[in-house]
Design a binder for this molecule. Structure first.
Ligand SMILES: [Zn+2]
Length: 174
């Protein structure tokens, strides 16, 4: 299936069921009943975790999207959760590491393609310091390798997502 933005899948109004003959870009608005649906972006967080040598933690993805390529620990922010709490939770789930000194770095717009349905995302990136790098245990179904590194051109080229690469380059050039 050709990837399509989520609003292009709204062929009927979810409230009154009237047919939507022409799904368009942007919010869904049903003229007959007034139902309106906004489509994000939803928020995600990525962690640039530093060790005492000022190296970054890169993790290699064990599954698609981006299988075999490098990424940053992180993920979607749950409803009712702060960005900082989501970051600590995602880092813990993926690596079992504890982090401190979280500091906002930058953001980058992104698209999330889930089975051909594309939703807008905004990725928020934070730097943080690892408390004890020796405690790392990767979530094996998601990640299969980690490195602590000042990423070089080859590693940047091997990153899974443009937004992650943008954040790492931003940090390297900061
Ligand atoms: Zn309606």
């Amino acid at each position: 299936m050709q990837p399509k933005r989520i609003e292009h899948h709204y062929h009927f109004c979810p409230q009154c069921g009237v047919k939507n003959n022409c799904p368009t870009e942007g919010p869904f608005r049903c003229k007959p009943c007034g139902f309106t649906q906004f489509f994000g972006p939803v928020a995600a967080v990525g962690a640039l975790i530093r060790n005492e040598r000022d190296e970054l933690l890169l993790v290699r993805r064990a599954r698609n999207p981006g299988k075999g390529r490098w990424g940053l620990p992180g993920g979607f922010i749950d409803r009712g959760e702060s960005v900082e709490t989501a970051m600590r939770r995602e880092v813990r789930e993926e690596t079992q590491l504890e982090i401190c000194d979280a500091c906002y770095l930058t953001s980058f717009p992104n698209d999330y393609n889930y089975h051909g349905i594309v939703s807008p995302v905004v990725d928020l990136f934070y730097t943080a310091r690892v408390i004890d790098p020796a405690t790392i245990v990767l979530a094996k179904d998601e990640l299969d390798l980690h490195i602590w590194v000042r990423p070089n051109a080859e590693q940047l080229e091997q990153m899974a997502f443009p937004s992650n690469r943008f954040a790492v380059e931003h940090w390297l050039n900061g």
